[in-house]
Design a protein around this ligand. Structure first.
Ligand code: NDP
Length: 240
């Protein structure tokens, strides 16, 4: 199991959970991170370490990765997937909520990358996968801050990729369209939730988290010298 460690944030639900199951089915050791550690443990995956992590907590991030690496060897792949999406007009969103989005969706990614990046650079191998969104490509109603966080993930990933390229470290930006998960759960405005539900119904739910996880896994399985730099993936009927 040495040298087959994959670290996944936000593995308690949605895309992260399906990534955990998919990588596990292919024999990888896992460090599964999320705040609801009970949901990680319920997955009951072999060779997995589950830890309650808020991605805003860099010290704990480092501690848990060290623990997992002591057991399974160096991190081969980090997937920065944790994110929240409280949608509303920016003038309705509390500043606390806006800051949470910035801290989780952007700074969480920075914390994750900082934890593994220099080791991958020194080892001249490794893969970092940052889950952005099509909301990192265009702006949309009720998404001012969410768009901002995902544009940031795109930009940071883009330049990180360029800076790590000489060291044989791959950086992949994934930009999904609508995926059938609990992502809307941090939105509180009932009108916004209702409209999102109608949009989702019209797109037959969008993609499943499993479909997205399988595409990401495929990108990961390519030889280390073949890097899919960016993936934009959505249901065929979603006109993005
Ligand atoms: P879910 O709500 O199902 O999953 C979100 C995950 O993020 C949960 O496991 C949650 O775990 C975790 N998370 C949230 N906040 C924190 C935190 N502070 N620290 C650690 N973990 C946290 O949504 P998705 O699976 O859809 O979302 C995954 C990613 O995909 C997000 O980055 C999202 O922006 C992106 N995405 C989703 C799309 C969609 O349509 N669903 C479209 C495009 C992108 P816990 O609460 O246990 O901490």
């Amino acid at each position: 199991m040495k040298n087959k460690l994959v670290v996944i944030t936000g593995a308690s639900s949605g895309i992260g959970k399906e990534l955990a199951i998919t990588f596990s089915q292919h024999g990888y050791a896992l460090l599964l991170l999320a705040r609801r550690v009970n949901l990680l443990e319920e997955l009951n995956l072999p060779n997995s370490m589950c830890r309650a992590l808020d991605v805003r907590d860099y010290a704990s991030f480092q501690k848990f990765v060290s623990e997992a690496e002591a057991k399974y060897g160096p991190t081969q792949c980090l997937i920065n997937n944790a994110g929240i999406m409280p949608l509303d007009k920016i003038y309705n969103l509390d500043l606390d909520v806006q800051n949470d989005m910035v801290d989780i969706n952007i700074k969480g990614v920075l914390n994750g990358m900082k934890t593994v990046m220099n080791q991958m650079k020194a080892a001249q191998t490794g893969t970092i996968i940052n889950i952005s969104s099509v909301a990192g490509r265009w702006t949309g109603e009720n998404r001012a801050v969410y768009n901002g966080t995902k544009f940031a993930v795109h930009a940071i990933s883009e330049q990180t990729r360029r800076e790590l390229a000489p060291f044989n470290v791959r950086v992949l930006t994934v930009a999904p369209g609508l995926v059938d998960t609990d992502l809307i759960s941090t939105t509180t405005n009932s009108e916004v939730i209702k409209n999102y539900g109608v949009w989702k119904e019209n797109l037959a739910g969008g993609l499943s988290a499993k479909e997205v996880a399988e595409v990401i896994y495929y990108a990961f399985t390519l030889p280390q010298n073949v890097a899919l730099k960016e993936i934009v993936i959505a249901a065929t009927k979603q006109p993005i």
